[in-house]
Design a protein around this ligand. Structure first.
Ligand code: ADP
Ligand code: MG
Length: 587
């Protein structure tokens, strides 16, 4: 069955179920599963895709549920209006919490989510006007076009329509310009920022979307249960939502549904079976879940969804970009124009002077080599030029304008693009999608457009550009392969194509030939010569002297952070200082 039919078929089956003579109990179970799935879908986006772990999602469910319950019972506000207000409130809370916590790194963010999860839940449980621990009773049913969605079957359709629509929206988002930006932040922010992406902005977007999904689930929950109290919004429930997503497959949209289904069904069974086994009742299913979670993380880290994809191997997404309009391109510098002016730059790491007042220039149309033994400060110099590291002293000017102190995405916007000594990519995306990330700054579709699939014309233009760049470096044949499956050589070439897709005025390549076989090195130097003949300006870090000699117009030699000498390849080769430096380290 073609892949594009999977979703409509699944949606049709799910939405037709209440018309069948199923027992009410099943419908109720499916309602809970749908509600859970909406929340864990948010976690797939936030934790699975963006790499930001949250234990606090249940609190956002509470925000949606309490808004609905309070406004409809106390003030008689229509449920449709409370949905709107609940979502707006969750967005505000998420923006506030996100602004404070999303800049935290490592384990601080998950810890912070526990803190605010507890705080929000505590607030719900201690407010007189929210009914304290008793909560709010008598929430009215939702009615839609005169029909009351009070019964299990009525609200079922609404729950599952929203769950399926959300899944579709998130699927669309992941296959889009903002989606690629979100996928790029999981393995560190340096590469995404170098492609012009504000990673903080996309962290906030993922966080807000996850909060909105949770709040919508809470709104449905309040009208489904017809009552709210603080306990379903506590931190234990937040952990359970995360468990569902991890169990199902935290990197996959449908893993959220699978995890929600399995957890709900197993939880009910355990509540019956465990007391019989142990002889007393209590929340022992939590203990079982804890043990299962450890097992899943150890043995099936990608979750149960991997078993499903094994039965239905994914066919490649069909892409078609015939006749796509070209992306905008920048005015190119005139040959000989002073492009990059590195002026007395210095970088100290504590007591270590990694770059010691180094100066050099790159003019348009030139290939300049930056060479020197390991640890000479070449990569650090690159990081200073591209804004990855801040200068201790000195200045960097690009096309006459000082770029010192600018974040690297702003330097990228001005036309500097780079590759990395250690390849940085999104291994689970195709080569084509990785290269399309390079077109980020030349396109504009935002999150909402992407979720509604209104971005297709621009997407075609991005893929056409990505293919063009892959052709330019002779890699078009591998564009549909997963980047993570490539050998090191093609991965390095892919990074060059991605950098080219930014339409740079200056290309910075950090050891592009490292780890390549002799033949691959030759192919690479052909590609670089070709780029030069097309007018590209390149600053090239390289360890391999031979590779650089035949390729560059000028060479800057560094050792121990200082500039040793600058000159033509012949001058450098003849220099006794350089020989000493190289012989000194190679032996
Ligand atoms: P190269 O690229 O020429 O091999 P690097 O620029 O990577 O050299 O490193 C230059 C020196 O700076 C090395 O001694 C390295 O250990 C040190 N260094 C690089 N990055 C950091 C960092 N983030 N913190 C501390 N020291 C660093
Ligand atoms: Mg280096």
């Amino acid at each position: 069955m073609p892949r594009r039919l999977h979703f409509p078929l699944f949606a049709a089956v799910m939405l037709a179920l209440p018309a069948l003579p199923l027992p009410d109990f099943w419908i109720t179970q499916l309602n809970s599963i749908g509600l859970y799935a909406i929340v864990s879908l948010g976690l797939v986006l936030l934790t699975g895709v963006a790499g930001l772990t949250s234990f606090g999602q249940a609190a956002f469910v509470g925000v949606g549920a309490y808004t609905a319950a309070f406004l409809s019972t106390k003030l008689g506000v229509s449920p449709w209006l409370t949905l709107f207000i609940g979502v707006a409130l969750s967005v505000s809370v998420a923006l506030l919490l996100g602004a404070i916590t999303l800049r935290m790194s490592g384990h601080y963010l998950p810890l912070a989510t526990i803190a605010w999860g507890l705080a929000l839940n505590y607030t719900m449980a201690n407010m007189d006007w929210l009914g304290k621990y008793d909560g709010i009773l008598g929430v009215p049913p939702i009615s839609l076009a005169g029909f009351s969605l009070g019964s299990g079957r009525g609200i079922y359709v609404l729950i599952w329509a929203i769950a399926l629509a959300s899944a579709l929206a998130v699927t669309n988002l992941l296959d889009s310009r903002p989606g690629r930006a979100i996928r790029a932040i999981k393995n560190g922010t340096t590469m995404a920022e170098a492609m012009g992406v504000s990673t903080f902005r996309y962290k906030v977007i993922a966080f807000v979307l996850a909060a909105v999904l949770a709040a919508v689930s809470g709104w449905l929950f309040a009208h489904f249960q017809r009552t709210v109290n603080p306990s379903p919004f506590g931190i234990h429930k937040g952990i359970e939502y995360l468990f569902m997503a991890v169990l199902g497959g935290i990197g996959h949209v449908w893993g959220a549904f699978l995890g929600a289904g399995v957890v709900k069904i197993v939880e009910d069974q355990l509540q019956v079976v465990l007391p019989r086994l142990i002889g007393t009742s209590g929340n022992f299913e939590i203990v079982v879940f804890g043990l299962v979670l450890i097992g899943v993380l150890k043995y099936v880290p990608d979750g149960l969804w991997t078993f499903v994809t094994r039965w239905f191997p994914a066919s490649a997404r069909v892409r078609d970009w015939q006749g796509a309009a070209p992306l905008v391109s920048r005015d190119k510098p005139q040959p000989g124009e002073l492009l990059l002016d590195v002026d007395q730059v210095r970088k100290e790491f504590g007591g270590l002077v990694a770059v010691n007042d180094v100066s050099f220039q790159v003019r348009a149309g030139d290939i300049v080599g930056l060479i020197g033994p390991n640890g000479a400060g070449k990569s650090t110099t690159f990081n200073l030029v591209t804004g990855v590291l801040s200068l201790t002293r000195g200045n960097v000017r690009f096309r006459g304008e000082s770029v010192a102190g600018l974040p690297s995405r702003e330097i990228a916007r001005r036309g500097v693009s780079r590759t990395f000594q250690h390849v940085k990519m999104i291994p689970e995306m195709t080569v084509l999608e990785n290269v399309a990330l390079g077109g980020y700054l030349r396109s504009s579709s935002g999150t909402l457009r992407a979720m509604l699939r209104l971005d297709r014309a621009e997407e075609r233009a991005l893929f056409a550009e990505a293919e063009r760049q892959l052709q330019r470096i002779g890699m078009a044949g591998q564009m549909h392969e997963l980047a993570g499956n490539l050998a090191l050589g093609p991965q390095r070439l892919m990074e060059i194509a991605r950098a080219l897709a930014t339409d740079p005025a200056l290309l910075l390549l950090d050891e592009p030939a490292a780890g390549l076989r002799h033949k691959e090195k030759q192919a690479l130097s052909d590609v670089l010569r070709q780029l030069k003949s097309e007018g590209m300006s390149i600053l090239l870090v390289e360890h391999d002297m031979e590779f650089v000699m035949g390729l560059t117009d000028r060479i800057v030699v560094m050792e121990f952070g200082t500039r040793l000498i600058e000159g033509t390849p012949e001058e450098v080769q003849a220099s006794p200082v350089v020989r000493a430096a190289y012989l000194g380290t190679e032996h």
